[in-house]
Design a protein around this ligand. Structure first.
Ligand SMILES: NC(=O)c1ccc[n+]([C@@H]2O[C@H](COP(=O)([O-])OP(=O)(O)OC[C@H]3O[C@@H](n4cnc5c(N)ncnc54)[C@H](O)[C@@H]3O)[C@@H](O)[C@H]2O)c1
Length: 486
């Protein structure tokens, strides 16, 4: 999504909190405003964003019901549509491998991509889905069909919210890529619409289904890590090349680097550790403080390489190379979240959870536990990481049952198999009419960190309250179903 030049100029003038509000509104609102039809949401109002009481919960409007335990009619076959067929091709591929799922329609602005997806479906299943493409709003016709149960949304961030809203308004579940929304106001729109329509709005946080993430979840639930006190997570991924690559995410994702300064991609790291800590279910984010390092990496890369014939020379990036945020939860626990996509360093989501009984750190996987003898391990104590053979013993005991069940089937799948595990699990829940493992409250809580972190940075790292999208349900909400399987 490219903003008109006037929006760019306006933003570049803005370094105040008011400027932040305007930029967030323009980023999230540009696509919102383009989405036609009577369900078109009002473009975010800057004054509204700035005046909203971010940290407070809001009363549930009349006619809405909570969705934390929303169950739906079981389905013999799940009929899906997919919008956005770059990342969306992974979901197409996974759905084609689920014999109880039918892909009814596919859509991409780029018709060649929509046709390529339809070809893949026809080859595998002998039946061609309806193809929508060529114009920015053609997806609306697709989600208006009456033969679709769920819509996968894998488009640029600015399109996520309008696509989710219309899908739910038209009676479909919305499965949206990360992050679900960019602004707090848009997070509330997702929550309100899911509650009013009683449709699921699930963020496709595939990292919650990684082998190590599920291993941690299982150990946490079985008490191996004791009382959990702290977590660390991140999205550290050198994306400098991609950010300037034409015809890819770079076409729109780089925009956010000159629009504002904060954590632009919190959910891959945060989702799994939030699930382990029971955020939204027994605990809740309370407030966040954030600071950013100087912005140097992207500018240096752009200046030295002059990508795409030097046409990005005027772009002024403001997002600090490394953003570090700290969240305090209602139970007093702490979570560190980092974001760095412009430094030369190996990939890491850190993926660490610490408790009174043990500590797990990822990249590479390491586990220390208080009482190794309890588990019949030869490692001597908690001062060292377990020896490899002991870690393997713990994996044998505590690998999550979902991973054990799907490990073979997911081999060769996207992101080490976790994409398939996520899609299998989600579709299986929809088929049975069960509540998925994460609901709209999780999507909103994990995504809103984008705006909350930027607000803290722009106000000198002041604490910023994190909204309670569950409207106090977190105090009584039951743990995740996937954790209960253990
Ligand atoms: N979970 C993961 O591991 C993961 C990995 C990659 C991307 N993502 C997320 O997936 C989403 C898409 O990323 P991507 O890498 O595929 O981006 P991309 O830019 O490569 O592809 C987006 C696709 O959406 C299409 N599109 C844009 N506007 C459209 C519209 N109005 N109607 C129909 N189609 C439209 C584009 O033509 C393009 O094919 C993003 O939210 C991103 O953050 C998640």
């Amino acid at each position: 999504m490219i903003l008109p030049n006037s929006s760019r100029r306006d933003f570049l003038k803005a370094s105040t909190l008011a400027g932040l509000g305007a930029s967030l509104a323009s980023l999230a609102g540009a696509a919102t405003a383009q989405a036609a039809g009577e369900t078109r949401p009002t473009p975010p109002n800057t004054a509204g964003i700035l005046n909203s009481s971010l940290g407070q919960t809001r009363p549930r409007p009349d006619g809405q019901r909570a969705v934390h335990e929303l169950t739906t009619k079981p389905l013999e076959r799940v009929r899906v549509a997919v919008i956005g067929l770059s990342r969306g091709m992974t979901h197409v591929g996974d759905c084609l491998n689920l014999e109880f799922v039918d892909i009814v329609a596919v859509c991409d602005l780029r018709e060649d991509r929509a046709k390529r997806a339809a070809d893949a479906c026809e080859k595998k299943r002998g039946k061609r889905p309806a193809v929508y493409g060529g114009t920015e709003n053609i997806w609306e016709e697709m989600v208006d069909r009456d033969d679709i149960d769920a819509v996968y949304i894998a488009t640029p961030w600015g399109w996520h919210v309008p696509m989710c809203l219309r899908s739910m308004e038209r009676g479909k579940h919305a499965f949206v890529e990360v992050a679900a929304a960019v602004t707090v106001e848009d997070c509330w729109r997702l929550v309100d619409t899911s509650e009013r329509t009683q449709r699921h709005c699930v963020m496709l946080e595939n990292c919650c289904y990684g082998e190590n993430e599920l291993f941690i979840l299982n150990m946490a639930r079985q008490g191996v890590l004791g009382e959990l006190t702290h977590a660390e997570c991140a999205y550290i991924h050198d994306l400098r090349g991609m950010l300037f690559s034409l015809g890819t995410e770079g076409d729109w994702r780089r925009d956010y680097h000159w629009q504002y300064n904060g954590n632009l991609y919190p959910t891959h790291g945060l989702g799994p550790v939030a699930q382990a800590l029971g955020v939204g279910r027994g605990d809740q984010f309370k407030f966040l403080v954030s600071m950013s390092s100087p912005e140097l990496g992207l500018t240096k890369y752009r200046n030295e390489r002059k990508p795409n014939g030097g046409k990005h020379a005027d772009e002024k990036y403001i997002c600090g190379d490394m953003n570090t945020s700290l969240v305090k939860t209602e139970l007093g626990r702490t979570i560190m979240i980092q974001h760095d996509v412009v430094s030369p360093r190996p990939y890491s989501r850190i993926n660490a959870v610490c408790g009174t009984g043990g500590t797990f750190f990822d990249y590479p996987a390491r586990l220390a536990i208080n009482a190794p003898k309890t588990y019949d391990l030869s490692s001597s104590g908690s001062h060292e990481w377990l020896e490899d053979k002991d870690l393997e013993k713990m994996r044998q005991k505590f690998t999550h049952p979902l991973w054990k069940k799907l490990a073979e089937l997911s081999k060769g799948g996207g992101h080490g198999g976790m994409d398939f595990v996520m899609n299998w699990r989600l579709m299986d829940c929809i088929r049975r009419g069960a509540t998925p493992d994460s609901v709209v409250y999780d999507a909103a809580a994990w995504s809103c960190i984008i705006e909350i972190s930027a607000r803290s940075v722009v106000t000198g790292s002041a604490p910023v309250p994190v909204p309670d999208f569950t409207r106090a349900l977190w105090k009584t909400m039951k743990p995740l179903a996937v954790a209960e399987q253990a």
